[in-house]
Design a protein around this ligand. Structure first.
Ligand SMILES: Nc1ncnc2c1ncn2[C@@H]1O[C@H](COP(=O)(O)OP(=O)(O)OP(=O)(O)O)[C@@H](O)[C@H]1O
Ligand SMILES: Nc1ccn([C@@H]2O[C@H](COP(=O)(O)O)[C@@H](O)[C@H]2O)c(=O)n1
Length: 228
């Protein structure tokens, strides 16, 4: 039996896709691709250029005409990878609250999706890869050998994201948003993303509210073993 060539991990914001995806790829010696970074890069560029986030055709052209380069981290500052567009290293900029608020409207346009999905498919077809996103198992790589859909309650996902911000920004930082603010941002994103984040029919759904990172990884590795 063969190893899975592509493992798709989908799910809503804060479900743990990037954390689990990166660890899993390292355990298996696979490539790791976070497709959310590509949508975020286009949202960042749209904000820089002052493009109307409702203007699908212009945003589609922006995605078509700008190459997003995603490479190994190179800089040891906690990044999972480096993202470059138009010569700018935007690895951390794409994690800002502004980009977080712009990315779902940008990704909702079919003109943007069709361009990025084609690029993601080309990456996925290289094989031996863990791809994380919203629609990897359902649309980008419908023939993926293993499809995982990670989820957790809205409150738990917001709590995780807020904890991460406290660690990064410090708990007395005046710019630190409250848990309620983080929760409403995550909820807004869920609502806009809903149409494009349905689990594939053959996805294994893992509820992670009561599971730690290692437990989720062990569960997925169990399915990887079962696929061999
Ligand atoms: N099972 C888990 N238990 C506890 N914390 C977790 C778990 N999985 C991930 N986390 C933590 O939750 C936070 C969000 O995880 P992560 O960034 O991987 O989510 P994501 O699904 O990729 O989110 P997004 O779609 O917004 O990028 C991180 O701080 C991570 O360490
Ligand atoms: N396959 C995907 C991946 C992401 N999106 C959109 O990008 C946003 C940011 O993704 P993160 O994983 O970095 O949070 C996300 O909210 C979606 O709007 C997508 O549509 N498809």
């Amino acid at each position: 039996m063969r190893e899975p060539g592509c493992i798709a991990i989908d799910g809503p914001a804060g479900a743990g896709k990037s954390t689990i995806g990166e660890h899993l790829a390292r355990r298996l010696g696979y490539l790791y691709c976070d497709t959310g970074a590509m949508y975020r890069a286009i949202a960042w560029l749209a904000l820089q250029k002052g493009i109307d986030l409702n203007d699908g055709p212009t945003l589609g052209k922006l995605a078509e005409q700008n190459t997003i380069l995603i490479s190994k981290p190179q800089i040891a500052d906690g990044r999972q990878y480096t993202v470059i567009i138009q010569g700018h290293d935007i690895t951390w900029d794409i994690r800002s609250t502004q980009v977080g608020r712009a990315v779902s409207p940008v990704s909702s346009h079919p003109q943007v999706r069709s361009i990025l999905i084609a690029q993601q498919r080309a990456i996925g077809l290289q094989g031996h890869i863990v791809m994380v996103g919203r629609d990897i198992g359902s649309v980008v790589m419908p023939d993926a050998d293993l499809k995982i859909y990670l989820t957790a309650s809205l409150r738990e996902r917001a709590r995780r994201r807020h904890t991460e911000m406290v660690e990064r920004m410090g708990e007395h930082n005046p710019a630190l948003p409250s848990l309620e603010e983080v929760m409403s941002d995550v909820e807004r994103r869920d609502n806009t993303d809903r149409k494009n984040m349905q689990p594939a029919k053959d996805a294994i759904i893992i509820e992670t509210d009561n599971l730690g990172i290692e437990q989720v990884l062990d569960k997925i590795c169990h399915y990887v073993e079962g696929n061999k």
